[in-house]
Design a protein around this ligand. Sequence first.
Ligand SMILES: C[S@@+](CC[C@H](N)C(=O)[O-])C[C@H]1O[C@@H](n2cnc3c(N)ncnc32)[C@H](O)[C@@H]1O
Length: 280
Amino acid sequence: MDHGAADQVYRGNLDRLVSKIDEERGIDLSQYRRAYVERRVASRLRSLGLHSYRQYIDYMDSNPAEYHKLLDTLTINVTDFFRDSVVYEIFCKEIVPAMLNEKMRTRHRMIRAWSAGCATGEEPYSIAMSFLDAMGRKDTKFLFNVLGTDLDLGALAVARKAEYSIDKLEHIPKPLQLKYTEVHGEKFIIKPEVTKHVRFRQLNLFTDRPINMVDVIFCRNVFIYFNREQQERVLEMFWSALSRGGYLVLGRSEKLASSLVGRFELYNGRERVYRKPKSV
Ligand SMILES: C[S@@+](CC[C@H](N)C(=O)[O-])C[C@H]1O[C@@H](n2cnc3c(N)ncnc32)[C@H](O)[C@@H]1O
């Protein structure tokens, strides 16, 4: 077989694998970057000692548990408390006070945050701790909640438990550690006064209907998995989910797709913070 023909068989088999997973599990991997899917599938092939997509498709037929293994490989849950801490400083010192002023001015009490692609929960709990701390004594005036969503049920189960290994504690600023965490041996928990403000739900950003009237969305280090078109669709959905003047916080290496640039205002370019205009 010449090189071009071999390439076509290779691509054809990957396409077959992608549509098989979509048909049987409803997960559309064509939405992910192709090179990313190739890399992750290759790592499964290596650990199973298989040499082609064809063999992998056969293997999945006789080992349905492999679907979960592949999805686990695709949804990498690496995360941390206060990841890229500067963005949380901006959040506490600028965004929360501005939000509270606006809420007081418009006589609204409800403040909603959404951590989209929250993995094992460190991000939504960081948002909640920052928020509660920044709100200080005003907390009786406002009703505040954070929704953490992810595709991965295993990650969400860890998030709901709100218990983490002690080596993660150092990422939480000391004053917040003292206020909002409790150490139990080699683990620590997030105190109920924080967890009572945080809920978790499985949500696939490609297909599920989102929540609305959100004041701030954190969607960090999730777009790396998506192709451009998919990023645009998710950003459109975020735009609709945000209330006017609401904030969108992306990951440090992520930016707005060019077709969405006019729809959001740039709030902080370095930290990738955007805003839905107040008048739309
Ligand atoms: C690297 S983690 C990011 C965690 C956190 N936002 C942070 O920045 O530390 C990416 C998360 O996105 C989730 N994810 C990937 N594709 C998704 C999709 N289509 N819908 C919802 N979550 C998805 C993965 O399951 C994973 O937990």
